[in-house]
Ligand binder design. Structure first.
Ligand code: GBH
Length: 492
């Protein structure tokens, strides 16, 4: 099926290879439709994704919405934290962020032009329950009603996350946030209320985004809101309340949502990559995947903490009842995993039969120092989840990277490093689907640059560049790349 290159497209390819991008010669990211028609490449045919594969993009409420005091929204722990001097780079806040609250229609058009079929967004709990619990604020849910309607009108499926870290400040003040079971309960009630209101149109809910980030950073290292550094016993109990909140939310959604609503989570598991793909190391990586995720994903999937986790915690182990474990392991319809970096594992003569291999100093990373590049993570992550827990539907709920992203003279960001990152990761995801691993979709983080938590606005993850002074969004080279992947349903 190879087509001969027309003289015109040959000239175009030769031209763009020979020239460095300048304002006058830059390759135009909007003219690729034509190139696609002219140069179907044979190599991509072998690298196709399954027919119904769902390509999407993702954001989260506090990172994009702004409008923090509008329509009755209550304060969240991130408002308080970001307004505390010294907590966020340049003391940046999410007060305005991408002003998505007012510009959501324009943002849906950005998605449409990429061709995404799904959008993963999060709901700000303090918009819906300004005090955490008690009386709901109908205007809060209204915003998401408008957003969902706009998405559906543009043939984009809404995927809603219920908790992406913006806990109502009232719960932090009254009960100590996730340190208390009361927060788990309040989360369940909030989840049920949202599911009741949106599930006529939203068919997929994620309970919690990244236990492995907000609990660890918020309650142990203090780098994220609420900025606490709890001692191990209290900290392990906080972890337990987070997974309990997840389970209560699953049950509430089942009770309140329309039939056919699917529930899962979005967890940034440690992704254990075998150092060499031999049986020995692969098996070690599988064991490691259970143990290194014992406190969140494993207990959710298996209904018990691993013996090693409990033994290791000793007197600091969480206190729980058998009933808690049942709630925590309420059956899910799918698993969502956020995948950025690999954890290399090898077989070893240790009690658990594996060892984590630390990264050498020279290990390459993206603009964020922690973002080590390891495309195989996108193969092994879903592989472990399917194999260890027999999960039948997997979504990659986040994958993407930061880049220094400086617009060229023509205003476009030529983020060749992001394209390199995505191409390699998506290739490994294709390898997983080709092996029959049931990955149903992929949500690229992120649709546009946004508030990167403690890094403020310094690390950009978007496919669209956001000029925060004007709120202008401009597609980067990576947006053209992703549009092409989606159009061909293949690695390009
Ligand atoms: C995701 O976390 C988040 O879900 C998303 O909101 C975020 O924008 C995106 O990634 C990009 O960062 O502060 O030094 O201890 C990814 C997993 C775990 C990566 C915590 C950063 C912090 C390192 N994150 N980690 S540090």
């Amino acid at each position: 099926m190879t087509k001969k290159l027309s003289r015109r497209s040959f000239a175009k390819i030769a031209g763009s290879a020979a020239l460095v991008s300048t304002a006058s010669t830059a390759l135009n990211p909007f003219s690729e439709q034509e190139a696609r028609a002219e140069t179907p490449m044979q190599s991509t045919q072998a690298r196709e994704f399954p027919k119904e594969f769902l390509w999407g993009s993702a954001t989260a409420s506090y990172q994009v919405e702004g409008a923090v005091k509008e329509d009755g929204r209550g304060p969240s722990i991130w408002d308080t934290f970001s307004h505390t001097p010294g907590k966020v780079v340049e003391n940046a806040t999410g007060d305005v962020a991408d002003d998505h609250y007012h510009r959501y229609k324009e943002d849906v058009q950005l998605m449409k032009s990429l061709g995404v079929k799904g959008y993963r967004f999060s709901i700000a709990w303090p918009r819906v329950f300004p005090n955490g619990d008690g009386a709901p604020n109908p205007k809060g849910l209204d915003f998401y009603n408008r957003l969902v309607d706009e998405l559906l009108a543009n043939s984009i499926q809404p995927f809603a996350t219920l908790y992406h870290w913006d806990l109502p400040q009232a719960l932090q003040d009254r009960v100590g946030g996730w340190e208390s079971r009361d927060t788990s309960k309040a989360f369940g009630e909030y989840a049920g209320y949202v599911a009741e209101g949106l599930s006529d149109r939203v068919k997929h809910f994620f309970t919690i985004n990244e236990f492995g980030a907000f609990v660890e950073l918020g309650y142990r290292t203090g780098i994220h809101a609420p900025g606490l550094k709890l001692p191990p016993g209290r900290f392990n109990q906080t972890r337990h309340h987070a997974v309990l909140g997840h389970g209560l939310a699953v049950q509430a959604i089942r009770a309140k949502a329309k039939p056919g609503t699917k529930v899962g989570l979005a967890e940034n598991m440690a992704i254990c990559v075998p150092v060499i793909e031999t049986t020995q190391h692969i098996e070690a990586a599988e064991r490691a995947a259970r143990e290194l995720n014992a406190q969140y994903m494993t207990v959710i999937q298996e209904g018990k903490y691993t013996d090693a986790y409990l033994a290791n915690a000793g007197a600091d182990a969480p206190k729980f009842t058998p009933e808690d474990l049942k709630i925590i392991s309420s059956p899910l319809d799918f698993a969502g995993i956020n995948i950025y970096t690999p954890t290399y594992v090898r077989a070893a003569n240790t009690p658990l039969g594996f060892e984590v291999v630390p990264s050498p100093k020279s290990y390459p990373h993206m603009a964020s120092w922690w973002l080590n590049i390891g495309p195989e993570a996108l193969y092994w992550g879903p592989h472990h989840v399917a194999k260890l827990w027999n999960v039948k539907e997997i979504y990659i709920t986040e994958n993407g990277c930061s880049s220094s992203d400086i617009p060229a003279a023509d205003g476009i960001v030529y983020d060749t490093d992001r394209v390199m990152y995505l191409r390699n990761y998506i290739s490994q995801l294709q390898r997983a689907t080709a092996d029959g691993v049931p990955v149903k979709g992929y949500f690229l983080w992120s649709l546009m640059d946004n508030f990167e938590w403690a890094d403020g606005y310094t690390n950009r993850f978007g496919l669209h560049y956001v000029d925060y002074a004007t709120q202008k969004r401009t597609p980067k080279l990576s947006a053209s790349f992703y549009r092409e992947v989606i159009a061909r349903n293949a690695v390009v």
